[in-house]
Structures are given as C-alpha cells and as structure tokens.
Write a protein that binds this ligand. Structure first.
Ligand code: SF4
Length: 187
C-alpha cells in the first residue's frame, strides 16, 4: 500500500513540478495558492496554510511573501479583528492554479477507467484519507457541506460553530474547523 501511494505521489509531484517550472513558481508556492483557492473565510490565514501543508510558520511566511511579490496573492485585514489577515489569490493566481491542475497524469489515468471504476476509485481514496486523518487525529480540511456543524435551514445553510450563515459557494469550500458527523466517524 505504502509503495502504491508513494508511486502515485511521485508521478503527480513530477507533473506538477514541471508545470510549476513552466509558470515560474516553486511547487510549495503553487501548493499554498492551490489551497487558498479552495478554502473558506475561516481557513485563509497563514496558520491554516501551515497546518494544511504541514510546513513551519517560517517557510509559509517566506512562501506567501513571494506569492505577494509575484502579484498572485493579496493580504486583507479582517474587518472585525485587525490581528487577523486573510489571504486571497488574485485573478492571476487563480489562473495559475488552473494551468497547473489537474495533473495530466491523474486526469488521463482516471479517464481511461470505466465510469463505475472512476467513482469507486474516488470513494476508496476518500475513505483512506479519512481513515488516516481519524486514526492520527489530523484535521480533515474537508468541504463544508460534509461537516457536522453545517445545518440546513429554511433560508439556507448555517454554521453552528461560528453562528454565521453560509452561502451555496461557501459549502463547497474547505474548512480548517471541519468535523465529520459523529455517527459516520464510527464506521
Ligand atoms: S459548518 Fe463546519 S466546515 Fe462549514 S464553516 Fe462551519 S465549521 Fe467550517
């Protein structure tokens, strides 16, 4: 199992590295930008980037500085808490993410499988990721609509944790506070 995952990871990394090189960014800079293009407003901070990528604060700080200098990222002060900074990819940053992902290797490999096997493969990989996160007590960083705090109300979605309404686009984003429903955690 370890060897298969490592081989897959190596293939994807090699593809991403080559595309990053063509775009003039380092893979770690792309990874931070890619995460920030998918996360919600509670998760777009330097600390969340460090947690998601498993990097030190120093490395993340350097990475973000370069992205800002390249006009791929903007820093915005939180309107309620001046100590909090939100990191927003610029239009150019989002364009770069679209040019690097999805990995050509992954996309072509998946497309080559029958549709049923494509769905099964995604489900198996999701289960494996979730099991690894659960057993090791790691943050899930999963889409908001699968979170136990996401409440469906008459007028839309609501986060029970932050006590704030959530829009339709919000519920598709990744969140650092995400937790799976307790009943599915026991499966
Ligand atoms: S419902 Fe969960 S995933 Fe969504 S914003 Fe709230 S804590 Fe985050």
């Amino acid at each position: 199992m370890h060897d298969i995952i490592e081989r897959l990871g190596n293939l994807v990394r090699a593809d991403v590295r080559a595309r990053c090189h063509a775009q003039g960014v380092r893979p770690v800079q792309f990874e931070a930008l890619n995460y920030l293009s998918q996360c919600n407003r509670y998760s777009d901070t330097p600390q969340a980037v460090a947690e998601y990528l498993g990097l030190t604060k120093g490395t993340v700080s350097q990475t973000l500085k370069v992205l800002e200098e390249k006009s791929l990222l903007l820093k915005e002060q939180d309107s309620n808490d001046k100590r909090v900074v939100h990191l927003k990819p610029t239009a150019r940053g989002l364009q770069l993410v679209g040019q690097v992902t999805p990995s050509e290797y992954v996309a072509s490999g998946i497309e080559n499988l029958p549709v049923k096997q494509q769905q099964e493969t995604v489900m198996v990989l999701q289960r494996l990721l979730r099991a690894i996160q659960k057993v090791n007590g790691l943050k899930t960083f999963a889409p908001c609509h699968t979170c136990r705090f996401n409440q469906r109300r008459e007028n839309g979605h609501f986060c029970e944790l932050t006590q704030e309404p959530l829009s339709e686009p919000d519920i598709r984003l990744l969140c650092r506070e995400h937790q799976y429903p307790l009943r599915t955690e026991t499966k």
